[in-house]
Write a new protein. Structure first.
Length: 726
């Protein structure tokens, strides 16, 4: 393997991993991320050749581009609302791309390596997700080899710049060394890559043992990035419901007591917020307040305090969302937040309660929220009370509501007395007589609900929920419009339901006396069900990645003081069980088996190393890859140089041996023929692979001795014959 090629590949891989770690953090928006990745690919694939950079017009190309990037970023900070942190991170990525495209020599390669390691550190602070974890593992494997090869190249180029020469007096040929296949072999690559194992073990030990005291200061008071999921607190019938095709993950939901096999899709109606005021086009909340939630021993009540001993528990892992709404199923009784052991965090101020039973949390970072939801054993609705004073606002109708809408409600409920039966009758009419359509033409009409009910008869979920809520109010039944997520698809690897942004939905809560606020969904069931665009192998792969990402977030990114203490307690309890009072007889065989395997692996590694060393010796490899004949030839030529110096014809350091001997022959020097013959013997053994025997060595030494003591005047007169057959 060529030294220069391997070094460049490892350096490029390290740089790419560092930049990708930044992109995977989610700090950049989509366009900036693509621009960085495209720039990285061009810098790695094309770059600016060193020969081009010697041109006067391109000599300061890297400096000019760097100043231009700095100017652009300064303008963004001064004249736009761009975050300083975002600008600095983008500049760090651009700096690496510029250096990759214009690098020259080992010094620039070392700068690339330093930038890559800094990018990895920045990725730790900014993201730390599964993508960063894969980049981190890649860096562990590549970094040792890249650092060693960079140091070797720096030494080679440093010696060349200082005019160093080899034993024959020739200048060090740096290009030849970089093209050499002897410097880097498979053993070198294997050893440097295996160095990642002890590094990883040491890093993992520090990660597990080092105390967790709180959040990184760089994460506090950070603005939210573009990764946040959009969730609107209003419903506008003029907006197009395009969310039903968005595959972005919104939350992971773990359901207790699932049947076997679990249903592939589950409708849960996870409630985010409820809206009570409708003006003929838009739903909103008529009240506005915010108060801290009650809390007792970490439990947050909704209508009453839950009973953790008997109430089933649903766990929800919520991605960052704006606004930071807490989503609840229809029969929730209480909450318990998953604390990460941060400093200065009080359970009483973590969540706030707003109008219409809405709960919101106070985001401390952009990692979302993990919380447990306690469910009613009797599946009772979450909200069961409605005061007489509040009842009226849930019956209000828009002033300009066409009269035929009210007449339609009465027609659909003729002969039905109970409010629950009226709600079911209207729900069934909407499900069977209307068609689901994301691009409903009714949104452009001045009276969208009237147009939907009597003209187009097609629309998305917000038209269905609005229609049912208003039709029930027309027959004196309190209602409110609810927005949230309808449900999710089952992940076979993580055993959770993946709720996606495309599962955003709107439905209706109807107040029934004696029962409370009951959930109704008038959207046709096939269109209200959780969506899954991927099937087959792609769905299988997506489930695996999402499950792995959940475990990474929970056990690595979310590793906190609570998990640390729990891990210590688990290890301590296992140690006690295997102690004198425990089942020690069962642990000894396991320890012996582990020790035997370790000894076998260690012995095999030592034997493999011994065989390789012995094979190398048998092949005569020594002194940086030169054969014994080459080493002997170098020593013999040094004695020849000494003889030439004694005869007054020394070889200048800048002149190669063969050229010096040929120059003597052209000058008709009496010793030229013998010097040329001995020089050719040296070159064949040193560079041609010819083997020198002991007889050859003694003959060379004898001839050098004769050359040293020769009388030049006698040779010139032809009285002495110095030439010997080669």
């Amino acid at each position: 393997m060529r030294f220069g090629v391997v070094h460049r590949i490892m350096t490029d891989a390290l740089a790419a991993l560092g930049v990708i770690a930044l992109v995977a953090s989610g700090q950049f928006n989509r366009y900036v991320s693509w621009a960085i990745l495209i720039g990285l690919a061009l810098a790695l694939a094309v770059g600016v050749r060193e020969s081009w950079q010697r041109h006067p017009a391109l000599r300061y190309l890297d400096t000019g581009v760097l100043l231009a990037v700095i100017a652009v970023q300064v303008v963004r900070i001064v004249f736009t609302d761009a975050s300083v942190l975002d600008v600095l991170v983008e500049f760090a990525a651009a700096l690496q791309i510029i250096r990759l495209a214009t690098r020259k020599g080992a010094a620039h390669d070392q700068q690339v390596i330093v930038l890559a390691l800094l990018h990895l550190i920045a990725g730790t602070v900014l993201g730390g997700g599964l993508g960063y974890g894969l980049c981190f593992l890649g860096v562990l494997v590549v970094a040792p080899g890249a650092l060693v090869l960079s140091h070797l190249r720096r030494e080679v180029e440093g010696n060349y710049r200082q005019g160093a020469r080899d034993r024959t007096g020739l200048p060090v040929d740096v290009p030849r060394i970089l093209r050499s296949r002897r410097v880097v072999g498979r053993s070198f690559l294997a050893v440097t890559c295996l160095l990642s194992i002890p590094i990883f073990v040491f890093t993992a030990a520090l990660f597990v043992i080092f105390p967790r005291v709180g959040l990184s200061l760089l994460l506090l008071n950070r603005g939210h990035t573009g990764r946040m999921i959009g969730f609107s607190g209003k419903v506008d019938l003029g907006a197009v419901g395009v969310l039903r095709s968005d595959p972005k993950l919104a939350m992971r939901v773990e359901i207790p007591d699932l049947p076997e096999p679990p249903p592939p899709r589950l409708t849960m109606h996870l409630r985010g917020t409820a809206l009570d005021a409708y003006d003929g086009r838009t739903w909103s909340q008529s009240e506005s307040f915010k108060r801290p939630t009650e809390s007792d021993a970490g439990l947050v009540p909704i209508e009453r305090y839950p009973d953790p001993a008997v109430d089933p528990v649903m766990r929800i892992d919520l991605e960052p969302i704006d606004p930071p709404v807490i989503f609840l199923p229809p029969n929730a009784t209480g909450l318990r937040f998953k604390h990460r052991g941060q400093l200065g965090m009080d359970a009483n101020t973590l969540a706030h309660r707003g109008p219409e039973g809405e709960f919101r949390y106070q985001p401390l970072d952009d990692r979302g929220l993990v919380y447990d939801v306690f469910l009613s054993r009797k599946r009772s609705p979450t909200f069961q009370r409605l005061s007489a004073a509040d009842r009226r606002r849930y019956l209000d109708l828009p002033r300009e509501l066409p009269s035929r809408v009210v007449d339609l409600a009465r027609v659909w409920t003729i002969g039905v007395d109970r409010p629950a039966d009226k709600a079911r009758a209207i729900q069934e009419r909407l499900r069977t007589e209307y068609r689901y359509d994301l691009a409903s033409p009714s949104g452009a009409d001045p009276h969208p609900l009237d147009h939907f009910l009597f003209e187009s008869k097609r629309g998305h979920c917000e038209f269905y929920s609005t229609a049912m809520a208003i039709l029930l109010r027309a027959v004196d039944i309190p209602t409110r419009n609810v927005t949230g997520f309808v449900g999710g698809t089952y992940n076979r690897f993580g055993r959770f339901y993946a709720v996606r942004q495309g599962d955003a939905h709107s439905w209706v809560e109807v107040y029934l006396d004696g029962e409370g606020w009951m959930t109704f969904d008038p959207t046709p069931p096939a269109d209200a069900a959780p969506k899954s665009e991927l099937v087959g192998v792609w769905a299988y792969l997506r489930d695996f990645i999402e499950a792995t990402s959940q475990r990474w977030d929970r056990h690595i990114v979310g590793y906190d003081l609570n998990q640390q203490v729990s891990l210590l307690q688990t290890l301590t309890s296992r140690y006690r069980r295997s102690g004198p009072s425990g089942d020690l007889a069962l642990s000894r065989p396991r320890l012996l088996a582990v020790a035997a395997v370790a000894l076998a692996l260690g012995g095999g590694l030592l034997y493999w190393r011994f065989r390789r060393t012995r094979r190398g010796r048998e092949e005569g490899r020594a002194d940086g890859g030169r054969t014994p004949s080459a080493i002997l030839a170098t020593a013999l030529y040094e004695s020849l140089e000494s003889a030439m110096l004694a005869q007054g014809v020394p070889r200048p350091p800048s002149t190669p041996p063969l050229r010096h001997a040929e120059a003597l022959e052209l000058a008709a020097h009496p010793l030229a023929r013998e010097i040329l013959t001995l020089t050719q013997v040296y070159l064949r053994a040193r560079f041609g692979g010819a083997k020198l025997t002991e007889d050859d060595s003694r003959d060379f030494e004898r001839r050098v001795k004769a050359l040293r003591s020769a009388d030049l005047r006698a040779l010139a007169a032809g009285e002495i014959g110095l030439h010997a057959s080669p």
